[in-house]
Design a protein around this ligand. Structure first.
Ligand SMILES: [Zn+2]
Length: 61
């Protein structure tokens, strides 16, 4: 259960990019759908971070 808060999303450095971390695959997939829907973003891939126990979105094909 998550209360609405001002918590800043966690980020980590992947290569030269700072990427938002998602705690679960489901959360990352939901964020990808929102981005595709809201910004007309290209299909985003969800992948497990190799540096921590979380997930990221990738716009690379
Ligand atoms: Zn990461």
């Amino acid at each position: 259960m998550r209360a609405f808060s001002s918590k800043i999303p966690e980020k980590c450095w992947v290569g030269e990019q700072q990427k938002v971390c998602y705690a679960t695959r489901e959360e990352a997939e939901a964020a990808a759908l929102v981005a595709e829907h809201d910004y007309g973003a290209p299909k985003l891939a969800v992948y497990k971070c190799e540096y921590g126990d979380h997930w990221h979105l990738s716009s690379h094909n």
